[in-house]
Write a protein that binds this ligand. Structure first.
Ligand SMILES: NC(=O)c1ccc[n+]([C@@H]2O[C@H](COP(=O)([O-])OP(=O)(O)OC[C@H]3O[C@@H](n4cnc5c(N)ncnc54)[C@H](OP(=O)(O)O)[C@@H]3O)[C@@H](O)[C@H]2O)c1
Length: 200
């Protein structure tokens, strides 16, 4: 399984730290050139490689770590997303619900990434928290995973475990997943809950 992070801002870098901490390879990309991103990537760790967006999109599992408003631009980068899993870290806070065709924001994102499997996750904590080691004595920081595609969650849960997190599955995007979605100017009730699970 190969991994990439698209968007190398606060959340992208926090995720890159998690890969580096666990000595796992990850490719990072943004609209900037790999040369521009390389010093920051190198500073995080030797397993973090800056590449072009097209190179990064060769990965099997791709974290979408751009602003919600920026996702359509990323979605245009491939003609088909078949075979890819997108982990949607975006929060559509402040986006009018009527702009989302009545869907949870991640279901709206899923429509743009035609053919991909989409899992919502790694979005419920501030970047300053997400960047810290999720392994504490006797426990692991919880990440919530939700998806309308049941098969998609297992590999993302495996990845979360490899990164030191404790994945908790919430079910479908409009069911348990609603607890980790922003809607208009409100936050789902699990957003910002920094929870730990006892040793798995
Ligand atoms: N910050 C938080 O604490 C936090 C917490 C939870 C969830 N989130 C969510 O996580 C997502 C990322 O937030 P952030 O705070 O990390 O934002 P950010 O610091 O603004 O980073 C966004 C990144 O996306 C890149 N980008 C923008 N358009 C792109 C495109 N078309 N293709 C490739 N890369 C592109 C930007 O880099 P270039 O300008 O170089 O392209 C930048 O590195 C947001 O949806 C946010 O709601 C944030």
């Amino acid at each position: 399984m190969s991994y990439a992070i698209v968007g190398f801002g606060k959340i992208g870098q926090a995720l890159a730290h998690a890969f580096a901490r666990n000595n796992m390879d990850v490719t990072v990309a943004s609209r900037r050139s790999p040369e521009e991103l390389a010093p920051q990537a190198r500073a995080i760790g030797p397993t973090v490689a800056a590449k072009s967006l097209q190179e990064a999109l060769k990965a099997d599992i791709i974290f979408l770590a751009v602003l919600f408003e920026q996702h359509p631009e990323v979605a245009k980068a491939l003609p088909s997303w078949k075979g890819k899993t997108i982990i949607d870290t975006t929060n559509a806070f402040g986006v009018p619900p009527e702009d989302l065709d009545g869907l949870p924001s991640s279901a709206f994102v899923a429509k743009a990434f035609d053919g991909a499997k989409l899992v919502k996750g790694f979005n419920h904590l501030g970047a300053g928290t997400l960047v810290t080691d999720p392994v504490i004595e006797g426990g692991h920081r919880v990440v919530f995973l939700s998806s309308d595609d049941e098969d998609a969650i297992a590999p993302v849960a495996d990845l979360a475990k490899q990164l030191g997190f404790a994945p908790v599955k919430l079910g479908k995007l409009n069911e348990g997943g609603a607890l980790v979605q922003a809607r208009g100017r409100t936050w789902g009730s699990l957003i910002f809950q920094d929870l730990f699970k006892k040793q798995q």
